[in-house]
Design a protein around this ligand. Structure first.
Ligand code: PGA
Length: 251
């Protein structure tokens, strides 16, 4: 049966990139135009300072953009924050919410993540809701319990209809060069799929589940071939167009 989920490669630039980094978007656009059409949706989530220009450059090559976070409110007295509607206004189509770095650095709870995801939906963005266990939780045999509990509390109720993307990112695999075994990724993605189908019915079958954590050109093909892995959320290896192009062509 053909897959009905969207395949996605999402680059998360985190707090990397000054205006010179926009050249990587142009380079990616050139590389994608020169090769086979990508078999996936390509999304770059740059720092917010670059979002408008990245969106403009990307739109000429079918590259979409996203924010890395948003405030749950539409607007208001929240110094330093950005609303989902502002990201949309700057050209974004997606917004990452609940990345483990925000859960850790800013004490974000799953309830807050859910409010942010709902704000994303209201602004007509597709929230990419991140979940993942720490190494201690995995070692204690609690990885699946933790991840499913995070999903339960972080995902909005109207996630069906491909309006939300789930990203499974084991915290200990992010930026470390370490990845779970293929069997561990397969087991977690299957557990997530079963959870989504239980909660959303048949629509849960269509939601994309990304894997994130040390995805690079050397391991992308293997990881992307695992059942229920519908794409990747890529940090470090998304900063250079040359690396990201190789990951995109591995889909
Ligand atoms: P990494 O980051 O690819 O550098 O491990 C992934 C992420 O944090 O989304």
């Amino acid at each position: 049966m053909p897959k009905s989920t969207d395949r996605l490669i999402v680059g998360n630039w985190k707090m990397h990139g000054f205006s010179a980094a926009l050249a990587e978007i142009s380079a990616l656009a050139t590389a994608l135009a020169a090769g086979e059409p990508p078999r996936c949706i390509v999304v770059i989530c740059p720092p917010a300072t670059l979002l408008a220009e990245a969106s403009r450059l990307g739109s000429m090559a079918g590259i979409l953009t996203g924010g890395q976070d948003c405030h749950p409110a539409l607007s208001g007295a929240h110094t330093g924050d950005l609303s989902a509607a502002m990201l949309k206004d700057a050209g974004a189509s997606y917004v990452i919410v609940g990345h483990s770095e925000r859960r850790a650095d800013h004490g974000e709870t799953s309830e807050l993540v859910r409010a942010k995801a709902e704000a994303g939906l209201t602004a007509k963005l597709i929230p990419i809701v991140c979940v993942g266990e720490t190494l201690a939780e995995r070692d204690a045999g609690r990885a699946e319990t933790i991840v499913l509990d995070q999903l339960d509390r972080s995902l909005p109720d109207d996630a069906a209809g491909r309006k939300v993307v789930v990203a499974y990112e084991p915290v200990w695999a992010i930026g470390t060069g370490r990845t779970p075994t293929d069997a561990d990724i397969a087991a977690m993605h299957l557990a997530i799929r079963q959870y989504l189908v239980t909660r959303f019915g048949a629509a849960g079958q269509d939601l994309s589940i990304l894997y994130g954590g040390s995805v690079k050109p050397a391991n992308a093909r293997t990881i992307l071939a695992i059942a229920n892995v519908d794409g990747a959320l890529v940090g470090g290896a998304s900063l250079l167009a040359s690396d990201l192009t190789r990951i995109i062509s591995a889909v």
